[in-house]
Design a binder for this molecule. Structure first.
Ligand code: B12
Length: 214
């Protein structure tokens, strides 16, 4: 039953139907589908669109329409997730999408999940100048800085963020996490990041470990 309802949301996203995606997401929640499972299902649908775009089977307007549908459906789920938010802050987490990159869906999901897990999350948004990550991290005395990059071109800015943290003298005080479709553990190691997470659930698990909350 729950997989059928998730499938309905996935189909709506894959068919670029925003209103249907919203309706199906609400229906799934009402039927008691786990909100995290629901978001994971949507993520899988979005990845399928990405693969089709890769193969030239769909084009940018399709990707845009699918991402609008996904964003709208995620917005239905978010209040439910936020209702489950833990009480006390377990750490300050500064997150953003790197300079030159406007992809936000994955970063937003990670930010929401971290917030539910009890992190005090500060979201810098997208296309964030490298230096802003460092300045803000210093100002907030952040425990973790998370940098999202979805393109092979912009992932280089994750390295630049690490360098900026070094320049302002806080690299040894703050942990750096990186994520995004092209990112790997190998890349994280190469640029001196402390951790890589493949998805939002892993991001939460690893972030908790980094602040000693698990
Ligand atoms: C949706 C999408 C868009 C939407 C973005 C809407 C939005 N508000 O975000 C729109 C249509 C605007 C868009 C634009 C472009 N896109 Co685009 N897009 C995608 C697509 C299909 C899906 C991305 C997505 O949302 N996935 C769903 C989310 C939930 O998954 P996710 O982002 O991977 O996030 C998860 C993990 O990675 C991780 N994570 C993510 N961030 C972080 C951060 C931290 C700290 C951690 C720990 C974990 C973590 O957790 C998340 C949740 O599980 C991808 C394909 C793909 N394979 O990724 C292409 C893709 C990223 N886009 C691509 C391109 C080329 C572009 C454009 C340049 C297209 C153009 N010609 O204009 C522009 C980019 C403009 C710019 N300067 O950024 C390419 C990049 C190729 C490359 N160079 O590497 C891709 C790979 C498509 C392709 N196969 O060619 N895009």
């Amino acid at each position: 039953m729950s997989s059928e309802l998730i499938q309905k949301v996935q189909d709506a996203i894959k068919n670029y139907k925003k209103d249907e995606a919203v309706k199906a997401a609400q229906e799934a929640l009402d039927a008691g589908v786990d909100p995290v499972e629901l978001i994971e299902g949507m993520t899988a649908a979005m990845r399928e669109i990405g693969d089709k775009f890769d193969k030239g089977e769909v084009f940018l307007p399709h990707v845009m329409a699918a991402s609008e549908a996904m964003k709208a459906a995620v917005a239905v789920v978010e209040p439910v997730l936020k209702g489950a938010k833990a009480g006390e802050s377990i750490g300050v987490y500064l997150i953003g999408t790197v300079e030159g990159d406007i992809h936000t869906i994955g970063k937003d999901i990670v930010a929401t999940m971290l917030s539910i897990a009890g992190f005090d999350v500060h979201d810098l948004g997208r296309d964030v100048p490298n230096v802003e990550f460092a300045n803000k991290a210093k100002e907030l005395n952040a425990d973790i800085v998370g940098a999202s990059a979805l393109m092979t071109t912009t992932m280089l800015n994750q390295r630049a963020v690490v360098e900026e943290l070094e320049k302002v003298g806080i690299k040894d005080k703050v942990k750096v996490m990186v994520g995004g479709a092209p990112i790997t553990q190998e890349w994280a190691d190469k640029i001196g990041a402390d951790a890589y997470a493949e998805n939002a659930l892993d991001a939460v698990r690893i972030a908790k470990k980094l602040v000693g909350a698990e």
